[in-house]
Write a protein that binds this ligand. Structure first.
Ligand code: HEM
Length: 429
């Protein structure tokens, strides 16, 4: 298994502390930049010298890059000044494209509130706590199969398997379809990486897919799958989130077919891709900070929650989300014109020196730890409790079974949006 992933061994040193890609002038818009690692040097310079900076794009447009913690929070929370309704990714969409691809992420209150209320009950901390045993069992089944090997690719064998299988259970999707869900999810959210899709967003013409989520042809298959599952649930309703979505009438009207399909796609992608990368980062960070690993091991049940928070802070897997200025306004003292794109760099905010002491130090005792990995405000991550549970249970199970491990150099995703790890060779004993 290990040989097949064809990666460098032995591992590189220091990922977090030195800040890979220390270049203070990296192109933060380029997908290629992030293949080398998160450009900490550049974001540190921006936070220090130009916390709300205008960044030109190659097509002649541009956006405001918001890099400090306080400004990110201000922009995320004030939907009257910074609307989500014009798109949440850096790429600009035409009005018809935006309409076709709109999910609750691209809505402001009150429309957003109505949709969010539909799914919120399934994701509260109390409800999510009831999934813990099921997730623990799932982890054990996967570990029983994989941990018989000494060397393997941690991402494909473990990290990629866990969140999607849990999500399938929550959505009431047959587990045998999980592999297909992962592949489709990869093709959509990783639409800038040629390992996952032949239709690479900034390299080939994606015009014919412009009305689909992520401009990805895989969305055709996902939509077809969603139609099929909708037919089945209408014929035979179950106690699951999909049935809730199909039967609810948020405005006195049920969701349209397109609304349902976009909702389904959002849940599938958001709940799958992000947590898996976080789990991979956990092993990297803990390897680089052996004293922290020792501390975690010394009291696994007592420290796993705090360790999860620090892993979430240091990994910051969804690097940014965008808003658009709804009025002429200012942020951090910088005037912003109505219609300007405003990109909130959550991962940068997590390293803001004015909020986090010694931010490049991985410290599982950090308290408080007000990271913004899940965003904040109305769009704060719906799946935050679920993601937290998954990372924590993973840590508890992994470190109670594995007494020592070594990970090699991560093969990083080509994406300016998801800070992802495609492969991570591991040797365990
Ligand atoms: C470590 C894992 C995760 C990270 C880093 C993450 C990150 C985020 C962030 C930053 C947002 C806010 C977007 C914005 O400001 O516009 C968000 C929203 C969202 N997340 Fe997560 N997420 C994770 C896991 C999950 C999981 C497990 C689910 C489960 C289904 C999920 C579903 C969603 C949904 C549906 C939204 C949209 C919420 C809304 O617009 O009201 N996420 N996520």
């Amino acid at each position: 298994m290990f040989r097949r992933c064809g990666l460098t061994w032995p591992p590189m040193a220091e990922i977090l502390r030195t800040g890979v890609a220390a270049d203070p002038h990296a192109d933060i818009t380029s997908h290629d930049t992030y293949v080398e690692g998160f450009p900490h040097g550049t974001f540190q310079r921006l936070r220090e010298t130009e916390p709300v900076a205008w960044i030109d794009e190659t097509d002649g447009s541009g956006f405001w890059a918001v890099t400090r913690h306080a400004d990110v929070i201000e922009a995320s929370r004030d939907y009257n000044r910074f609307t989500a309704s014009r798109g949440i990714r850096i790429e600009e969409m035409d009005p018809d494209e935006l309409e076709a691809r709109r999910s609750m992420m691209e809505l402001d209150p009150p429309e957003h509130t109505r949709l969010r209320r539909l799914v919120q009950p399934g994701f509260t901390p109390k409800v999510v706590a009831t999934y813990e045993e099921a997730f623990r069992r799932l982890v054990r089944v996967v570990f029983d199969r994989v941990l018989t090997e000494q060397r393997f690719d941690f991402v494909t064998e473990i990290a990629r398997e866990l969140p999607i299988r849990m999500l399938c259970r929550l959505l009431g999707i047959p587990e045998e379809d999980a592999g297909q869900m992962v592949a489709w999810g990869d093709q959509m959210i990783s639409n800038a990486d040629p390992e996952y899709t032949p239709v690479v967003i900034d390299k080939v013409d994606t015009e014919e897919y412009r009305l689909l989520p992520f401009r990805a042809p895989a969305a055709i298959d996902v939509f077809r799958y969603a139609e099929d599952i909708a037919l089945k649930r209408r014929a035979e309703p179950k106690d699951d989130i999909i049935t809730t979505l199909l039967t609810a009438e948020p405005d006195g009207e049920p969701l349209t077919d397109l609304e349902f399909k976009n909702f389904f796609t959002l849940l599938m992608v958001a709940g799958n891709e992000t947590t898996r990368h976080t789990i991979s980062y956990a092993l990297l960070f803990l390897q680089e900070a052996p004293e922290q690993l020792e501390l975690l091991r010394s009291d696994l049940p007592g420290m796993s929650e705090a360790a999860t928070e620090e892993i979430l802070r240091a990994s910051g897997v969804t690097m940014h989300f965008r808003r658009t200025a709804a009025v002429d306004t200012e942020l951090g003292g910088v005037p912003i014109k109505q219609g300007d794109k405003v990109v909130m760099w959550y991962t940068s905010a997590n390293f803001d020196e004015s909020v986090f002491t010694d931010p490049y130090r991985f410290d599982i005792t950090r308290d408080p730890n007000p990271h913004v990995t899940f965003g904040t405000g109305r769009h704060v991550c719906l799946g935050a409790s679920l993601a937290r549970l998954e990372v924590r249970v993973f840590l508890e199970e992994f470190f109670s079974r594995v007494s020592s491990y070594r990970v090699g150099e991560p093969d990083r995703l080509r994406s300016n949006f998801i800070r992802g790890i495609k492969h991570l060779p591991i040797e365990i004993s």
